[in-house]
Design a binder for this molecule. Structure first.
Ligand SMILES: NC(=O)c1ccc[n+]([C@@H]2O[C@H](COP(=O)([O-])OP(=O)(O)OC[C@H]3O[C@@H](n4cnc5c(N)ncnc54)[C@H](OP(=O)(O)O)[C@@H]3O)[C@@H](O)[C@H]2O)c1
Length: 332
């Protein structure tokens, strides 16, 4: 095994200015943790774009290798939890934030961050889902635990052309829900319909709801990737007893709210976190992704790119121009 490997490398090039390049790194540069993994695939997520563009809330210190998820093969594990050759998936915790991430050919991490790749899922498929698929499944589980059923009515999904949005749309549709895809890219309407959306809604129509204390009920439930006033506009336009799973902040982290939808319409605002989720729950949800939630079209749901192409796509995601999932082929 060579000591040297390729990795994305983000450096600070001036005040508030960051550069991305592909460099050779040494295994001895990686942190001193028990589990060494040869990464086969990673994927691009909104948080990677933030890390690559110097967001200190995600990554405090540079230079740094982003990549909040990875699927690969165990090289060694001094903790004894894994055997050489085991196929594993890593998402969340500190991977790619302040610990060198999956956009490099090797990672060395605490063994409590990894799960066995479920039977019925290849490493490639695992990273087509990636953090986005895991988060979409968590949102859907939250809605179903709160009682959501397909005959309740439409489920709105915001950020529908993005990673989490496109996964949530496909999974809800597979489970028999009618999905209203909310997007800022109406030119993607045809492709959203092909992915299972029964309606496509202009994201701008939610802006009209922002100033109102309540809105006419439009959706039974919702999955929100945007945060900000979009999130509370969804809450205001839920039918009686409806739920919103809130997982993102692609638009904003703050929103103005009132209590009317909660005390007059009995609605639920449900939080979703995929990062610090206990490992046993992550393993269960990955088993669902390999089974009950497995999408027949999964193999074609991502654009495959090389490590060298990552900087250009992270810029697109950062600028809100993401379209679906980006699978990164990292190692052989
Ligand atoms: N809670 C968790 O554990 C967790 C896990 C994963 C992701 N997330 C969060 O979920 C969100 C989505 O993640 P992702 O990986 O799916 O991101 P993504 O692939 O970049 O997709 C985000 C989508 O949101 C819309 N959008 C982007 N910028 C916007 C803006 N300024 N205003 C309004 N809409 C905007 C766009 O969709 P349209 O053009 O179709 O509207 C875009 O495709 C992010 O905030 C991410 O941090 C949270």
């Amino acid at each position: 095994m060579s000591e040297m490997f390729k990795a994305l490398w983000v450096t600070e090039s001036g005040e508030d200015s960051f550069e991305q390049s592909i460099v050779e790194r040494s295994l001895s540069d990686l942190p001193d943790h028990p589990l060494l993994i040869k990464v086969a695939y990673s994927s691009l997520n909104y948080k990677d774009a933030l890390s690559a563009h110097g967001n200190r809330g995600v990554t405090r210190q540079y230079p740094h290798t982003p990549g909040i998820d990875a699927a690969g093969t165990v090289i060694s594990d001094t903790s004894g939890r894994f055997q050489e050759g085991d196929k594993v998936i890593v998402t969340g915790y500190d991977l790619g934030m302040n610990t060198a991430g999956g956009l490099g050919e090797y990672i060395r991490i605490p063994s409590e961050w990894a799960i066995h790749c479920p039977q019925g899922l290849s490493l490639r498929e695992a990273m087509i889902y990636g953090t986005a698929g895991l988060t979409a499944a968590l949102c859907i589980n939250k809605l179903r635990t709160a009682g959501a059923k397909p005959d309740d009515g439409d489920v709105a999904v915001t950020g529908a052309t993005g990673g989490v949005g496109s996964m949530a749309l496909a999974m809800l549709s597979k489970l028999g829900f009618n999905v209203a895809a909310v997007t800022g890219k109406l030119e993607a309407s045809e492709s959203l319909s092909k992915q299972g959306a029964s309606k496509v809604i202009d994201r701008g129509s939610l802006d009209e709801l922002a100033a109102k204390p309540m809105a006419k009920p439009q959706w039974a439930h919702a999955v929100d990737c945007l945060g900000g006033d979009y999130l509370f506009s969804l809450v205001k336009a839920l039918q009686y007893g409806g739920s919103v799973a809130a997982c993102g902040l692609a638009a904003a982290s703050n929103f103005k709210a009132n209590v009317f939808p909660f005390i007059l319409r009995n609605v639920n605002l449900l939080g979703v976190d995929s990062v610090e989720l206990p490992l046993a729950v992550k393993q269960q949800v990955w088993e669902q992704l390999a089974d009950e939630l497995k999408l027949p079209q999964l193999g074609s749901m991502a654009q495959e790119i090389s490590l060298e192409q990552v900087p250009q796509y992270l810029d697109q995601i950062f600028n809100g121009h993401a379209l679906g999932r980006y699978l990164v082929k990292v190692g052989s």
